[in-house]
Design a protein around this ligand. Structure first.
Ligand code: HEC
Length: 124
């Protein structure tokens, strides 16, 4: 008679627990992106809307989408969109890049910023 090993039975729920928070953060990030960013941004490479494509934005230099017409303020900000820099920027875009044409008041909730940055990180 075959019985599933006790070890497998004991570990299975732990695996589910370990994966759940990540999955939740990504879902939340996608929801936030759709609600707050998608009117102006796409995550498809090369697809600019009112704002530049955000495909691969995490880790890239500010103002580096070649065929997008940035403000001088954004283009010359000298910033690199690390997770930490994005967190500051998304809190209050016009404070980090004075003169930006990104007309967005900011995401004031730290968990929302974290979730949307985690989502952007997946969009290569
Ligand atoms: C009302 C339209 C609008 C909304 C909403 C908006 N953005 Fe933007 N975003 C822009 C524009 C326009 C720019 C270009 C800014 C410039 O050139 O000054 C921009 C620039 C950016 C940049 C810099 C990109 C680069 O290549 O340097 C990032 C990052 C960014 N937005 C992220 C977001 C995220 C994340 C959200 C949602 C939380 C969001 N934006 C919401 C319009 C918007």
């Amino acid at each position: 008679m075959h019985r599933p090993s006790l070890a497998v039975l004991a570990l299975a729920p732990l695996t589910v627990l370990a994966l759940a928070p990540l999955a939740r953060a990504q879902d939340a990030g996608e929801t936030i992106f759709k609600r707050y960013c998608a009117v102006c941004h796409s995550v498809e490479p090369g697809q600019n809307k009112i704002g530049p494509s955000l495909a691969g934005v995490v880790g890239r230099k500010a103002g580096s989408v070649a065929d997008y017409s940035y403000t001088e303020a954004n283009k010359n900000s000298g910033l690199t969109w690390t997770e930490a820099e994005l967190d500051k920027y998304l809190t209050d875009p016009r404070q980090v890049v004075p003169g930006t044409k990104m007309l967005f008041a900011g995401l004031k909730n730290a968990d929302d910023r974290k979730a949307v940055i985690a989502y952007l990180k997946q969009q290569k």
